[in-house]
Design a protein around this ligand. Sequence first.
Ligand code: SF4
Length: 384
Amino acid sequence: MDAGLYIHIPFCLKKCPYCDFYSITDTSLHPVFTDALVSEMRMTRGENLTFDTLYMGGGTPSVLDAKTIGKIIDTARESYEILPHAEITLEVNPGTVSLNKFEGYRCAGVNRINIGVQSFDPVNLHFLGRIHSGRDARAAITWAKKAGFKNMGLDLICGIPNQTKKSWLTDLKVAVEFEPQHLSCYILSFEPGTPLYRDRQEGRLKPLTDPLVCELFETTLEFLSDHGYVQYEISNFARASTGSSGLNGAECNRSRHNMKYWKFVPYVGLGPSAHSFLKPKRYWNCANVKKYIQDLEAEKLPIAGEERLSVEQVMMEAIYLGLRQTEGILIDDFDKKFGVNFKTLFEEVIADLEARGLAENSQNRCALTSKGMLYLDNVASMFI
Ligand code: SF4
C-alpha cells in the first residue's frame, strides 16, 4: 500500500466541549501558519515514499479559503510524490462553508469531502457546542453535491446524553437520504481534560447508561446494513452501491486514508500535533501553533518526540488495529509477519472471547462480534 499524508489545520472558530484535538481560535495566525506549513513540506520532502492519500483534518480545515487550500495541495504535490489518482480529502465544518467555497475547494484539487454533521437535532448540536444548525448541515451537504463532489463522508455522534433510540434513528435517516458514500458514527467519548469530562466528573451531566449505548450501537449496525452500508471498522461504514458516485461499491467508498492507520501503513503527519509513522519509528510535532511557526522560521523541524516500537509493541498494535476492523486479524499474515503461531499463542484468550460471544474465530481470521467491538479496549488488553 502507498503511504498517506496527513495535514493538521489547527484552527476552529470555537472549541467544542467534548473535543481533545489540538486547535486554537486565533484566526489572525492563518497566513503565517500557512507559510510555516509550506516550509515544513519543503523541508521534509516525503522520505522517498509514494502517497495515494492526502487528508486535511484538524481543527477545522474549512476555516481556510480555497486559495489557501490550493496552495497547500500544490506545495504537497511539489514536495511529495503524490500519485495522480490520490484521494484528497478536506474535513468541513458546516458552519464555515458556502456553495462558492465548495466550488473553490474542488478547483483547488480536493476530491473527497468529509462533513462534521454530528447531528441534525438542535438539542444535540447545542449540547455538543457546535457552531452550526441542522439546516446548515443540510445546506452544506447539498452545496457539496452541487459543487460536484461525488465522494462524500458524513460524521455523526451517538451516545449523547438524553438521546433516544428514536432521535438517533432520525439522524441516521436524514443522513442516508443524502446517499453519502461514507458514514462515520462515533460514540461520544469523555476525553480527560475536556470540559465535558469535567462536567461528568462533577456530576453536572449524566451520561447514557451502557445498555442504552449498546442499543444505539446495535441500532446503527442494523439500520445502516438495511440501507446498503457495509461496516468495515467499528465506527465506519461504506455505501455498497455505486449510486451517483460512479465509484465501484463499498471497497471504493471506504476512507482510503483512514485505512492506512488501521492497516499499519506508513503515514507522514504535518502541522502542529500531527503524528507520523515510519516503521518502526513513530514521531510527532509540537502541539503549539506559535512554537511550530517559530521552529520553522528558524528552519528547524517542529518535532516534539519520537519512539521506536519494539516487536512486541508492533504485535500488540497489530492486534488492536486488526480487532477494530470487521475483517479482524488475518491469522496467516500475522503469523508470517511476526514468526509466531497466533492460534497457539492466544489459544486461551480466543476460547474465552468466543465463549462470551465477543469474538468469532474462523480458520483464517479472528474478528470481534458487534458486542465485542463495544468492549474493544478491554478485549485488546486480554492479549497483552
Ligand atoms: S470543530 Fe471539530 S476540531 Fe474544532 S473543536 Fe469542534 S470537534 Fe474539535
